[in-house]
Write a protein that binds this ligand. Structure first.
Ligand SMILES: Nc1ncnc2c1ncn2[C@@H]1O[C@H](COP(=O)(O)OP(=O)(O)OP(=O)(O)O)[C@@H](O)[C@H]1O
Ligand SMILES: [Mg+2]
Length: 318
């Protein structure tokens, strides 16, 4: 196992020679494991570092901002674990980026791609897929019960199925009531202490084109943050995401299950039409956002001939 200093030095060397828009050409070869709305998850193709997944976040204007963020990340992982939502073993590093930026690399044990929830619901039977949803909903209901009992310390959660993984997964694993889950998407630490958001959500605006940032701040940012603390909206997001995963056949059964299991936390049951409406809006917003980021990348790299800090996904099937 490498020391913190050794890994930091390695990541610094990587970052020095990394062009986010031409990641295939990186002198230290990488594999992209996944794209998020904001970040990129990568792994290194060398023996020393290939057991970890790294999420690259080029969002920070100072070293302090990056180290503060890393602290909150670590705290969030710990708090979730205390609430029985276990992230993989994780660490946080930060290095000096280009043009005065600092870049955080949030690391986790790298999991088998087939262990991630969206793969599971494709590769296993509908019955097992529904069991996975049941396990996820179990985790969610107990977290929100905890939140209700402890309003001074609230934890939010982004519960999409691609954010969960099956622990100790191998080829012959089937999903049962006893399957243990890991929660992987901890890079946005949703912690509210006495109603105060612990991380600075403005940081995420960095990933948007400059002219859009004030608009997002004024009209969307608070809403987007609030969403992840609201049980009903998180359930809707989880289920609506089945459209994106091309598994909409599962929606009616998942919805029944959620309404049943979440009964005490939902004022009234969620209806199918809410899921559809939400998905249409969500799809529109994220496609627009990605389209604008691509345009921004084009202007930045091809016209202004400057460095663009983010690695964007190719075409996403929705
Ligand atoms: N530890 C890991 N091992 C293997 N694959 C991972 C790991 N962490 C993430 N991935 C892959 O990358 C994808 C995206 O990761 P994750 O959900 O953490 O971030 P995200 O959705 O990009 O977050 P955000 O939207 O906040 O930017 C996952 O769905 C998974 O396929
Ligand atoms: Mg995710």
């Amino acid at each position: 196992m490498q020391s913190f200093e050794e890994t930091t030095a390695f990541l610094q060397e990587f970052e020095n020679n990394f062009n986010p828009t031409k990641w295939e050409k990186s002198p230290i070869p990488i594999k992209i494991l996944g794209y998020g709305e904001i970040s990129t998850v990568l792994s290194f193709k060398n023996d020393k570092y290939n057991t970890q997944a790294y999420k690259r976040l080029p969002l920070f204007d100072s070293e302090k901002q990056a180290s503060d963020y890393s602290k909150i990340y670590t705290e969030y992982n710990q708090l979730l674990e205390n609430k029985n939502i276990a992230p993989p073993q994780s660490d946080a590093y930060w290095v000096k980026g280009h043009n005065g930026k600092y870049v955080a690399y949030l690391s986790q044990n790298r999991l088998d791609g087939d262990a991630i929830g969206n793969k599971i619901i494709h590769n296993h039977s509908d019955k097992e897929a529904l069991l996975l949803f049941k396990l996820v909903l179990n985790k969610m209901t107990s977290l929100w019960q905890y939140n209700n009992e402890n309003p001074k310390l609230l934890l939010g959660l982004d519960c999409q199925i691609s954010n969960w993984a099956v622990k100790n997964y191998s080829k012959n694993t089937s999903i049962t009531e006893n399957t243990e889950l890991l929660f992987i998407d901890t890079s946005t630490p949703f912690i509210r202490k006495n109603s105060i958001e612990q991380m600075n959500p403005l940081l995420f605006l960095q990933s948007a084109p400059k002219p859009m940032q004030w608009l997002l701040k004024k009209f969307f940012l608070q809403d987007v943050m609030d969403r992840y603390y609201d049980f009903r909206l998180v359930v809707i997001d989880l289920i609506a995401n089945l459209y994106k995963e091309q598994q909409s056949d599962l929606i009616p059964k998942c919805l029944d299950l959620a309404n049943q299991m979440g009964k005490e936390l939902l004022n009234k049951g969620i209806e199918h039409k809410e899921i559809e409406k939400y998905y249409k809006e969500d799809k529109f917003i994220w496609q627009l956002f990605l389209g604008l980021r691509r345009a921004d990348r084009f202007i930045t790299t091809k016209i202004l001939r400057k460095r663009y800090e983010f690695t964007l996904p190719g075409k996403i099937k929705r």
